[in-house]
Design a protein around this ligand. Structure first.
Ligand SMILES: [Mg+2]
Length: 169
């Protein structure tokens, strides 16, 4: 082994930063899954089949303000995408990876985490429209997207970019 390959930084090979960590869900937060789901069902595909359809997660439209919000969070936070890909729909796993590169670009390189247990992840905030797949067990703060308190990205950004949220005690 060379000297460099023994260095702590090389051995850790992590993206760790000192900024607070924010996880961002995909369907219903960054991407408009509901629109696609309704499109598929309008073609006579039933609900179960629509979830498992090859195009169910392919190139979904971003939700209003989502891309700009992701970029806005970069300066103050270490941001990750934390999504659950349907186990039964293998296309979903690839399509989510492609979506992240297409719409979030370089700031999201290697920042996609796919998990059925979001509660295992350590961090400060999780922006998610549901409590399923471990969100209810997340030990940081769940920002419940789409609720009365956080109906759109505007309210989420107002909250996260407020000065008090950036001062870690
Ligand atoms: Mg969701």
């Amino acid at each position: 082994m060379t000297k460099m390959s023994n260095s702590p930084a090389y051995l850790r090979a992590s993206l760790k930063t000192e900024k607070p960590i924010v996880y961002v869900d995909m369907d219903g937060v960054l991407c408009d899954f509901d629109k696609r789901h309704e499109e598929l069902m309008s073609k006579g595909i039933n609900q179960f089949q629509a979830f498992n359809h090859a195009f169910a997660f392919k190139d979904l439209d971003p939700l209003p303000g989502a891309i700009e919000a992701w970029q806005s969070l970069q300066e103050k936070y270490d941001t990750y995408i934390l999504s659950t890909a349907m186990w039964s729909n293998t296309y979903a796993w690839t399509d989510k990876r492609i979506w992240v590169q297409k719409y979030l670009g370089k700031s999201a390189n290697k920042k996609l985490i796919l998990s059925h247990n979001k509660g295992l992840l350590m961090g400060d905030f999780l922006i998610d429209d549901r409590i399923a797949n471990g969100v209810a067990d997340f030990t940081g703060e769940h920002i419940h997207f789409g609720t009365e308190k956080f109906p759109t990205w505007k309210e989420v950004l107002d909250y996260l970019l407020a000065t008090k949220q950036n001062e870690k005690d």
